[in-house]
Design a protein around this ligand. Structure first.
Ligand code: TRP
Length: 334
């Protein structure tokens, strides 16, 4: 669409504090992918309000997330980094796609069932049609690939179904997106319950390392991480806590798990946890410093926000106009 490069779309919500898992599992890979693809990375604030938010907090977090994308190494000149709510095409396409999505399909979404159970007092229509907005995000930019975690795979499948349904009716309008399941996308688990994913919504603050944690906090959380009584740094499923720490260390240092096992042969968990803590600190400190620096450069960030919203809007409108025409909306007279 844009050049000879394939198009990639992904987004993150600015709800909760991002964790090391979000960084190592997603954001870090986005940076790697940004050379190969024409990338759109959105801060999906419209998805966030499917759950009640404090407005000031949402606004603050959305900006912090956008800054974090850049601090992590995404060049905003090459990657389109923008707020979903700044491009009205998302809402407009979502409406149209709502009319091509069945209640039955949405009823099968496991995330809806989970969230409806967790927010029983606010099962709003937006929560139900959340996957349709996500489909609009992706299809608006004719994305070829979408890097997502396993928890979002079902949403990508419904996106493909909606796109195929539309194309079957009206001709080839949408590119059918493929999921991009990263080769290296380290899945980081909770430090307190290594059978669970590290989550920004965990109630136990020791379970997750937050991207903005200071060095002492990071070290303390690593030292308190749940391990086992084997007293050997081995990479195996029987030692999920240790395995997770190896994955973290491996992702932070670039050493393979096998190398890590060799490095800590004969050493105790105390030494190992300390090294893990240090490796995390050495990754997060520059990220935090860069985020703080960008935070202070208000004019620069505002410029990025403006320019990229415009760029996103341009591509979004191209698709939107085509779709509007296909479904029979009257043409705009200039
Ligand atoms: N629903 C995704 C999540 O919570 C975020 C998201 C919204 C997204 N739109 C997207 C991810 C489009 C990939 C592509 O993780």
């Amino acid at each position: 669409m844009i050049q000879d490069k394939k198009v990639l779309f992904s987004g993150m919500q600015a709800t909760g504090n991002l964790t090391l898992g979000n960084y190592l599992g997603a954001l870090k890979n986005w940076v790697t992918l940004s050379d190969e693809y024409e990338c759109f990375y959105s801060v999906v604030d419209m998805h966030s309000i499917t759950v009640r938010q404090d407005p000031a907090t949402l606004r603050k977090r959305a900006r912090a997330l956008l800054i974090l994308y850049i601090a992590a190494g995404l060049d905003p000149e090459k990657n389109c980094i923008y707020y979903q709510s700044h491009v009205s095409g998302h809402a407009e396409l979502a409406w149209i796609l709502n009319c091509f999505t069945y209640m039955g399909e949405l009823n099968r979404m496991t995330q809806f069932k989970d969230k409806a159970a967790r927010h029983a007092d606010n099962i709003n229509a937006g929560l139900f049609t959340y996957p349709v907005l996500m489909a609009a995000d992706i299809l608006l930019y004719q994305a070829d690939v979408v890097p997502v975690g396993v928890d979002q795979k079902q949403h990508l499948e419904i996106t493909r179904d909606i796109a195929e349904r539309f194309n079957n009716l009206y001709g080839p309008v949408f590119t059918i997106p493929e999921p991009y399941i990263g080769k290296v996308g380290a899945k980081i688990m909770s430090l307190q319950d290594p059978e669970k994913k590290m989550s920004k919504s965990d109630e136990n603050p020791n379970a997750s390392i937050y991207l903005m944690d200071d060095p002492d906090t990071i070290m303390r959380k690593c030292k308190r991480a749940v391990t086992d009584s084997e007293s050997a740094v081995l990479y195996r499923d029987e030692q999920p806590g240790v395995k997770n720490l190896i994955n973290i260390y491996s992702a932070c240092t670039g050493h393979t798990p096998e190398e890590v096992v060799k490095e800590f042969d004969g050493k105790g968990y105390g030494d190992f946890k300390m090294a893990v803590g240090e490796s995390v600190i050495s990754v997060l400190r520059p990220l935090q410093e860069e985020a703080a620096r960008l935070e202070r450069d208000k004019a620069y960030i505002d410029g990025v926000i403006r320019a990229n919203a415009e760029k996103a809007g341009y591509y979004a409108n191209k698709t939107l106009r085509k779709v509007q025409k296909k479904v029979g909306f009257p043409e705009r007279v200039r």
